[in-house]
Design a protein around this ligand. Structure first.
Ligand SMILES: *Cc1c(COP(=O)(O)O)cnc(C)c1O
Length: 399
């Protein structure tokens, strides 16, 4: 490690709460799907800030909007009407069957909004005392106390108890288990159509349709967490579209403003009746600066049909990785994913392979110490995906 890097590492140990175990790299600059570290080394970025920079780092069109808006208005609180928020809501709602938006600042907050709205809709509109949210094994919904309870992973909850009540979890993919778990207390089922932090696990389309049908039959709400799998990543604008389902609400964040913190909940007119003035709020939500950037993000996604690009380029990479698995079944256990949300589960030595990729200038993440996870910018060049596949092959061959 260089002296420049060691200096940064030492400063952090002194200054920051120890919440992150970081990669041994300090990034100073980015452009598109390229990053540079403090020593000037160049990387191909296959992670894009964990699916945040969907349009690449420092996207010039977004920089322009950001600069113009920065001189006009940043944030004025939600005490005022703001057109930037409405312009964003209009274009965002044009991408789905939902009718109403609520803006916030992160994925966890978007899920909190969904959970709160589900509970309040049941109490105030349906007038039943249903509050429980059922989630799926392997899910991830965030780190606030509520979304941590929804996530249900003991290792993440350790030391933070007591967590809020009213959450239950069932085995993902098992419709019988869900049927058994639903009771008169159930308000909603919440799921990721493609689980991200769980290791890139797409839930089968027929299972998702059965979940939707069950929700309709039992009069409960369906919430899709699209924080990671949404916004063109899986080859559709929203990942739930693959199954042809219509969730009552969805949560959005990561790619929404390409790195400016922003989250959103979209809900149907019916479900959004659960909120009234004063029910829910956040100071920064839908601020003018973030809203102007997010609006441009969606304009570009629609203009350039980036879900198609994700489907084609991601599909080619998945096919290539599948071939590689065929060649080396002793090295690659599984290739999963949709579009540009891809997991490569290795038989062994995944941390070493991940480290060697980093040495050779390729950034991806490592899920549960066994799966290489790729979440590149939707705009990444095919050559970069090709060179990743070649490099992975060479590492696995021991070259
Ligand atoms: C990242 C993520 C979250 C949490 O988002 P934050 O912005 O970190 O709060 C929630 N759900 C899913 C599916 C995620 O990937």
């Amino acid at each position: 490690m260089s002296e420049a890097f060691e200096k940064i590492k030492r400063a952090e140990e002194k200054l920051l709460c120890r919440t992150y175990s970081r990669y041994p790299v300090a990034i100073t600059r980015g452009a598109g799907s390229r990053l540079w570290d403090v020593d000037g080394k160049e990387y191909v970025d296959l992670l894009a800030g964990i699916a945040v920079e969907g349009l690449g780092h420092c996207n010039p069109e977004l920089c322009e909007v950001l600069e113009i808006q920065a001189r006009k208005l940043w944030n004025i609180s939600n005490l005022f009407y703001q057109e930037e928020q409405l312009d964003l809501a209009k274009i965002l709602l044009s991408t789905s069957h939902h009718d109403k938006a609520f803006f916030c600042n992160s994925g966890a907050e978007a899920n909190e909004a969904c959970i709160k709205l589900a509970r309040r809709y049941m109490r105030k509109i349906k007038k039943v005392d249903a509050y429980e949210i059922i989630t799926m094994s392997g899910c991830f919904h965030g780190r606030t106390l509520g979304t941590l309870a929804a996530t249900g992973r003991k290792s993440l909850q350790d030391g933070f108890e007591p967590l809020p009540e009213g959450f239950a979890q069932v085995e993902a993919g098992n419709i019988g288990a869900l049927e058994k778990a639903i009771s008169s207390r159930t308000a909603a089922v919440m799921l990721e159509a493609v689980q991200g932090e769980g290791g890139v696990v797409p839930l089968p389309a027929d299972y998702l349709r059965s979940v939707e049908q069950l929700c309709r039959e039992r009069g409960i709400l369906l919430i899709c967490d699209e924080v990671q799998c949404g916004m063109c990543r899986t080859g559709r604008f929203w990942a739930y579209e693959h199954a042809g389902i219509k969730p009552d609400a969805i949560s959005i964040a990561k790619s929404l403003a390409n790195g400016i913190p922003m989250g959103a909940m979209l809900a149907t007119d019916e479900m959004s009746r659960g909120f009234e003035a004063g029910s829910h709020a956040t100071t920064f939500g839908g601020g003018a600066l973030a809203s102007a950037v997010a609006r441009k993000v969606i304009e570009i996604m629609l203009r350039d049909r980036l879900w198609e690009r994700a489907e084609i380029n991601g599909g080619e990479l998945i096919a290539r990785l599948e071939d590689l698995r065929g060649e080396m079944p002793d090295k690659i256990r599984d290739v999963r994913g949709q579009g540009l949300m891809i997991g490569v589960e290795l038989v062994s030595g995944a941390p070493e392979v991940w480290k060697e990729l980093l040495n050779r200038g390729f950034i991806c993440s490592l899920s549960h110490n066994v799966t290489l996870r790729l979440l590149p910018a939707l705009t990444i060049a095919r050559e970069d995906l090709d060179s990743f596949a070649k490099t992975l092959k060479s590492i696995l061959k021991g070259g």
